[in-house]
Design a protein around this ligand. Sequence first.
Ligand SMILES: NC(=O)c1ccc[n+]([C@@H]2O[C@H](COP(=O)([O-])OP(=O)(O)OC[C@H]3O[C@@H](n4cnc5c(N)ncnc54)[C@H](O)[C@@H]3O)[C@@H](O)[C@H]2O)c1
Length: 281
Amino acid sequence: MSHIDLTTPIELLRPARVVFGAGTAAESGRWVRERGFTRILVVADAFNAARVDRLGLEGDVTVFADIKPEPDVPNLEALLAVAERIEPQVVIGFGGGSAMDLAKLAAVLPGSGQTIRDVVGPEKVAGKRAALVQVPTTAGTGSEVGTRALVTDPATMSKLAVQSVHMLADVAVVDPDLTLSVPAAVTAATGVDALAHCVEAYTNRKAHPLIDLYALEGIRLVGRFLPRAIADGSDREARAGLSLASFYGGICLGPVIPPPAMPSPIRWAPATTSRMAPPTR
Ligand SMILES: NC(=O)c1ccc[n+]([C@@H]2O[C@H](COP(=O)([O-])OP(=O)(O)OC[C@H]3O[C@@H](n4cnc5c(N)ncnc54)[C@H](O)[C@@H]3O)[C@@H](O)[C@H]2O)c1
């Protein structure tokens, strides 16, 4: 295994625009208006679909309100059928990782001639077909900053993983107030998800100094704020701390690709080997 140190090349991708802070949700609508987009597809679970007004959207807004937790291929296909019909100029993921992951696929697959099976794996997606805005409502997956989507294959119950730079959001709007309604058990589970992303990134043998900063700070934030958010779901500072930890966890999870010019570059991915303990993903 190659040794990773400060001299090792690495490339970090992030959404071009990131808005963070309590009460910022409607910035997504403002960005959509600025771009002049009027055909809008919101991808949400039932809970978030019922409060889509928080995004401040105007125009021809279609809400796909049926994203299931750990979405499967039929759930994705129902969404893609809607997207093919309305041909959105912009797709907005509004929910947890389940909604955001499927929003990514709805921004690249409809009209492309590619199916989900064609794009499983790294960088198989042909291109981006609609702008993409991500608005997380849980604090866990960090999907808003990432290039991956996970969809359950009902035949095998394993997850199909798609990774593509074309699925990177144009804008991520992280409004921690949107997470105030997350029940304690989901707060705990999603907080541990963010922690796991950070711990994996830091303990991985391929850990890179560029990422260590995010990993360590994400771990610190979860340690400080997860007990508070579980004890009192209305603690806005704790919710904001976890939203930030989740965002950092998303950076840790790997919108990081080797520079194209590298002859045998490092490929950043969640740990398959660890310098401390085997990961248990
Ligand atoms: N893309 C990535 O890098 C990445 C990383 C980790 C996990 N994932 C995927 O993300 C999915 C899990 O995402 P998740 O953990 O965010 O859960 P989720 O999106 O499935 O949501 C969990 C539940 O919480 C509800 N919910 C969401 N926001 C809420 C809110 N603000 N208030 C009340 N209820 C709310 C949802 O309706 C749902 O029932 C899985 O499919 C997993 O494979 C993706």
